[in-house]
Design a protein around this ligand. Structure first.
Ligand code: ADP
Ligand code: TRP
Length: 322
């Protein structure tokens, strides 16, 4: 059976971009793959600097995955900071990765271009830790959204450099990116991202969710005029949920005119609430079950450690430490 691995940062609330770009694939692939999935709380430390947010967001992300269908009997589900192997292998990679290679990373270049004051070493080193996360588990595929493609390519380069320097150690993984949902756009038409505050959150309370959907940016075409669905953020989001038939129906209404953006937003909100209805119910039920949720992560960490420590030992042997 082929193996997959992926991680999501607990840096905010999970949104529908995370879901269609990554989470849905993680859940679906449980059927046919051996799955490793973790909460990337070490990566989140590049932006989250208070204990309450770190603890709550980590917990809520764990509950979100369980509510969306992660089965802990099928997927090894854990928290990155529970394993020392990730940071240990990160240091090893630091000693073979060249600075100019990391300077090419999009996230770093972005920080430079936006004139981010005093970027941390952690932000610079982010892709190296991600390479360690991945390579420790020798996965065949890494299911992610388009924005992570470069990180997976860098991971492949780092694995090849290590293997040629110290001998065959790591499997070279492939990214797994679903074209049609590779980049889900947010309420302002940019890529949906926690850092742009343009998200529609899967588990937000109904009034908040309504605010997010009603806040989707649209043009000023008056109600009675025909509208171009392909240029509308609401229509593009509706596409993620609708069947061919439902989509055609909405398209007709746009083209006919007499149908306002407010109407399509109401339809989108209703559709989101229906689509995630089960999961939202389960989320509420699971939220107070702290013992259960933490036990899932602890159990996952034990299973993950067996695999990660074996790979790390092999790397250390090949380096000459043991
Ligand atoms: P964010 O950008 O909101 O901080 P993360 O970096 O935590 O999201 O991403 C978690 C996963 O969700 C990654 O695999 C990422 O590629 C995917 N993802 C995030 N935003 C989107 C999006 N707008 N469209 C598709 N996939 C996305
Ligand atoms: N950088 C990823 C993101 O922001 C999160 C991540 C950390 C990850 N380590 C990983 C994803 C390993 C896949 C594999 O979404």
């Amino acid at each position: 059976m082929k193996r997959i691995l992926s991680g999501v940062q607990p840096s905010g609330h999970p949104h529908i971009g995370n879901y269609f770009g990554a989470i849905r694939q993680h859940i679906e692939m449980q059927k046919n793959y051996e799955c490793f999935l973790f909460i990337a709380d070490l990566h989140a430390l590049t932006t989250v600097h208070d204990a309450k947010s770190m603890r709550e967001q980590t917990y809520e992300l764990a509950v979100a995955y369980l509510a969306l269908g992660l089965n802990p009997k099928k997927t090894v589900f854990f928290k990155q900071s529970d394993l020392s192997e990730h940071t240990e292998l990160c240091w090893i990679f630091d000693c073979i990765v060249k600075m100019p290679f990391l300077e090419r990373a999009h996230a770093w270049k972005d920080a430079q271009e936006k004139g981010k004051k005093d970027p941390t070493v952690g932000l610079f080193n982010y892709p190296v830790l991600q390479a360690a996360d991945i390579l420790l588990y020798q996965p065949d595929l890494v299911p992610v959204g388009q924005d992570q493609k470069q990180h997976i390519e860098m991971t492949r380069d780092i694995a090849i450099t290590f293997n040629t320097t110290f001998g065959e150690t790591f499997l070279i993984p492939e990214p797994y990116i679903k074209e049609e949902v590779a980049v889900v756009l947010g309420t302002d038409g940019q890529k949906m991202s926690k850092s742009y505050k343009n998200t529609i959150e899967i588990f937000a309370e109904e009034p908040e969710l309504k605010k997010q959907v009603m806040g989707i940016v649209t043009d000023s075409t008056p109600i009675e005029k025909p509208k171009d669905p392909s240029k509308c953020n609401v229509f593009n989001l509706y596409k993620l949920f609708a069947t061919e038939k439902e989509l055609k129906e909405l398209e007709k209404k746009y083209i006919a005119g007499g149908f306002g953006y407010g109407d399509s937003k109401k339809l989108l909100l209703k559709t989101i609430l229906e689509y995630f209805g089960e999961a939202r119910k389960k989320y509420k039920e699971l939220l107070p079950k702290k013992d259960y949720v933490y036990s899932v992560l602890e159990d996952g960490a034990k299973k993950a450690k067996l695999v990660a420590s074996k790979t790390l030992s092999q790397a250390k042997k090949n380096i000459g430490y043991i």
